[in-house]
Design a protein around this ligand. Structure first.
Ligand SMILES: CC(C)(COP(=O)(O)OP(=O)(O)OC[C@H]1O[C@@H](n2cnc3c(N)ncnc32)[C@H](O)[C@@H]1OP(=O)(O)O)[C@@H](O)C(=O)NCCC(=O)NCCS
Length: 218
């Protein structure tokens, strides 16, 4: 499912549940520490997906440890992103030579909890959502905005190592399955800081998926 919103240079793998035979490297087990069964399963299965995706790029399996602020540490020369939600796990990877950064996010296709939209949407984003809801009431646009913003954060963080709040980017969703994100937060003083992300999204009856990429999806 997730492949359909990714450019050809990105390899992905997904599971609609947990992979019974999936295992962790000892250093991944140590990094995970003591935790509940649900967390252990999602952490393990998403890494199983990530190793399948790395294999599709012709790369060997490797430990994938959480790094700064939880961002995964990918093998040298690789960029990627992982996501999990109830009944779904996915990982997407690419060679850094082809894609500078990417972020993926999955959410249940349900409206956000009461009161949450005010925390994650800028006033202009809320007006755009109102119009989208009127024209396409079958999509939970509020949750999709949240999903797209989390995908943007997962693409932004590995490049900048900086926090980005929900007011730190303006996301414009289009009914054609694309979105556009512009960073509003102060940019880091690095060469070519990421200012814009292009994205694609997908909704089915159960799930929302979003992917944010720089350079733009072609
Ligand atoms: C980090 C965050 C985006 C994770 O999203 P989530 O919907 O809670 O969880 P998901 O299952 O989709 O993703 C979790 C995976 O994201 C990855 N991740 C965690 N922190 C990350 C970071 N700082 N950068 C990139 N990827 C990160 C990890 O691989 C993690 O899985 P793992 O712990 O099993 O390795 C979210 O918890 C968060 O902090 N959001 C606030 C920041 C934000 O979204 N700002 C919006 C800017 S417009």
């Amino acid at each position: 499912m997730i492949e359909s919103i990714l450019p050809a240079a990105v390899a992905a793998a997904e599971c609609f549940g947990d992979a019974p035979g999936a295992t962790l490297y000892p250093e991944e087990r140590a990094a995970l520490g003591e935790t509940g069964e649900a967390r252990r399963l999602e952490f393990t299965t998403v890494r199983h997906c990530a190793r399948r995706a790395l294999g599709a790029l012709g790369l060997p399996p490797a430990p994938l440890l959480p790094g700064v602020r939880g961002a995964p540490r990918w093998p040298s020369g690789v960029v990627g992103s992982m996501t999990h939600c109830k009944g779904y796990r996915a990982a997407a990877v690419a060679l850094r030579s082809g894609i500078r950064t990417l972020g993926v996010d999955a959410e249940p296709h349900k409206p956000l909890m009461e009161g949450m939209l005010e925390h994650i949407a800028l006033p202009g984003e809320r007006s755009c959502l109102a119009e989208l809801v009127r024209e396409h009431p079958d999509v939970c646009w509020d949750r999709l905005l949240f999903c797209a913003k989390e995908a943007v954060y997962k693409a932004w963080f590995p490049l900048t190592q900086l926090w980005l709040g929900f007011d730190g980017a303006r996301v414009i969703l289009s009914p054609d399955g694309t979105f556009h994100a512009r960073i509003l937060a102060p940019l880091p003083p690095t060469p070519a800081p990421p200012m814009v992300f292009e994205g694609r999204w997908l909704a089915d009856h159960r799930l929302l998926l979003a992917c944010a990429i720089e350079p733009p999806v072609v």
